[in-house]
Design a protein around this ligand. Sequence first.
Ligand code: UT7
Length: 322
Amino acid sequence: MNATKILGTGSYVPDNIVHNKTFEKMVETSDEWIQTRTGIKSRHITLEENTSDLAYEAAKKAMASAKTNASEIDLIIVATVTGDYFFPGVAQLLQRRLKCRNIPAFDINAACTGFVYALEIADKMMKNDGYKKALIIGAETLSKFTDFEDRNTCVLFADAAGAMILGRSEQPGIEDVILHSEGDLEGLLRMESYPLKKDFKTIENKRPFISMNGRDVFRFATTVLPSVIRELLEKTHSTIEDLDLIIAHQANKRIIDKAARSLEFPRERMYLNIESFGNTSAASVPLAIDEAIKSGRLKKGMRFACAAFGAGLTWGGAIIQY
Ligand code: UT7
């Protein structure tokens, strides 16, 4: 069998915890509204560490859990929309800090679905091109681009990193990955870039921020989350009963509850950690996978689905045997 298997995982969040009450002093909101409408109680927001710092800490933990040295890693993919720089990528900053050799290393942007895209790219590069050990990461410092005067977004987004070491195996691992994108919906969720200069030289004082039509993204997410799981089940010739756990992007507890109802999947087998982390975009799925493993919810031999959705609008999922 030519399979790609999870060899180890790690995650990292900044120390600084921000509770819902803090936002009551900043915008017109309440702890009660945030908890009932999103499921979030607190989140981690960075004060000093940048995306590559979070990614580095998560990577070190994943490498330790996979008993993998930097010299063995032959591919690095980082899913992020909040890199330290536009260029170089977080992948190169990591490559330098981890002291990895000359290998392919690159960032990808598929927003909150980024980690699932990274999983597909790594799986196919390993299967087709012979890479042996890949480090894939979802890492974000969304707080850099959050408008803390916009109650529609500021209570949701947060900072984190999740990392995974993938290796070649004779045992079953990643069974299938499905990716989607619908560009017609790109206006629903955006992080602005810097504006074009009017006369090529004037410096504009405008900070880029996240903007979102939450209601429409919510509706979209409640449709595509169950649909991509169904697609995966069909492609892998399995049924929902064959899944031990579903680890979905942690964007809103109500989206996860609705998906469980739609799939007729036991709610307690839908992993949930949004309460303590908020929406950490590309970091959300690998952070949840790492937590599920460390807490014993995801055990060796179990079969689980992960799925994500986000700006683009993009969505996708994977079925993996751990
Ligand atoms: O990871 C990328 C994908 N992103 C998502 O999946 C986010 C998906 N969307 C959501 O999770 C939800 O739509 C939100 C949590 C963003 C909003 O919840 P909602 O129940 O869909 O609220 P809504 O947008 O329908 O707004 C209802 C009301 C509005 O007030 P009016 O117009 O009815 O007077 C909002 O202005 O809630 C208001 N509102 C707030 N009120 C208190 C919006 N944000 C807040 C807030 N505190 N933080």
